[in-house]
Ligand binder design. Structure first.
Ligand code: CA
Ligand code: ZN
Length: 299
């Protein structure tokens, strides 16, 4: 049985104080309907930008309370399906993105999607690869705005968090209080304009609790690799943290020394950028599954 959560059941911060919209047992499949990151406020290019309600930016659908989840556990999120709408929106504006100081005013682009192809500015056709921008659990301490990525997940804007991937998040409070939103039909590493192809949709996930497994969360596993994900104020710090977390993960799960582990990562691993435009920047470190298998590491 699939549990359905509608997009009107949403939050703007991940918080232990948020009341759960639904309670499920570990192993339940949940389908969450999502607004786009603008709270569905922009449907046409002539939408008055100045009249946007900025209090409705980055809603996340949820939170879902998972009965067995206790602080210190890991929440395993199998992303079974991401369905997106037929039209995405992008915005550029002064002070947004890496070219923020070069823009004179806001501009909206509406991007139609047909047969899995997005029609981008310049008439460029680009295949969609839907991903989840905001996904996380409630932090133990102060609430964290859904616009900010951190150790609990949140606005990581990591393009490998996509259909078929499995995400591992920390459980910081009883029930985990899982929520997600901010779907992108596609996005490039860096998210340089501050937008992906922002779009409404539906995500189907299986939520399971893993006990007694210390992982440097957030982590994600795809068909090709295992990744650590880290966010920090500075890109340098996010990069270092992602790589160091992977080195620690390897030394904890093998007999390799730190020197051996980091030497291996220096050759077979890839340090990659998720995004450089949010209040904290996010990097990921990829360990190919072929290497993980040779080391007998399971995730
Ligand atoms: Ca985002
Ligand atoms: Zn987004």
């Amino acid at each position: 049985m699939t549990v359905f959560v509608q997009k009107t059941d949403s939050v703007y911060a991940m918080s232990r104080e948020n009341p759960a919209v639904v309670t499920v047992k570990s192993g339940t499949v949940v389908q969450l309907e999502t607004c786009d990151c603008f709270g569905d406020q922009i449907q046409t290019t002539d939408t008055p930008f100045g009249e946007l309600d900025w209090g409705r930016i980055n809603p996340a659908t949820g939170p879902v309370y998972v009965e067995e989840a206790k602080a210190g556990d890991v929440l395993c999120v199998e992303i079974q399906k991401i369905d997106v709408a037929q039209q995405a929106v992008m915005v550029t504006a002064p002070n947004l993105g890496v070219t923020g100081d070069m823009h004179h005013g806001p501009e909206i682009h509406i991007v139609p999607i047909t047969d899995g192809m997005a029609l981008l500015p310049g008439g460029v056709q680009w295949p969609i690869k839907p991903m989840i921008g905001v996904i996380g659990t409630a932090p133990a301490g102060e609430p964290v705005s859904c616009g900010i990525p951190d150790a609990h997940g949140g606005n990581m804007d990591c393009k490998v968090i996509a259909e078929g991937a499995t995400l591992y998040l920390p459980v910081n409070v009883d029930g985990a209080l899982f929520a997600l939103g901010d779907l992108h039909a596609a996005m490039g590493d860096g998210e340089v304009s501050v937008c992906g192809l922002e779009i409404q949709g539906k995500v189907t996930v299986r939520l399971s609790v893993i006990k007694e497994r210390a992982l440097p969360t957030p982590m994600v596993k795809t068909a090709d690799a295992i990744y650590t994900i880290a966010s920090a104020k500075l890109l340098d710090d996010a990069a270092n943290m992602a790589a160091r977390n992977m080195a620690g993960f390897i030394t904890r799960h093998t007999r390799l020394s730190l020197s051996e582990a980091v030497s291996l990562l220096s050759i077979c691993g890839d340090l990659q950028i998720c995004q450089v435009v949010d209040p904290q920047k996010t990097c990921r470190f990829a360990l190919p599954l072929s290497v993980a298998r040779q080391l007998d590491i399971q995730l």
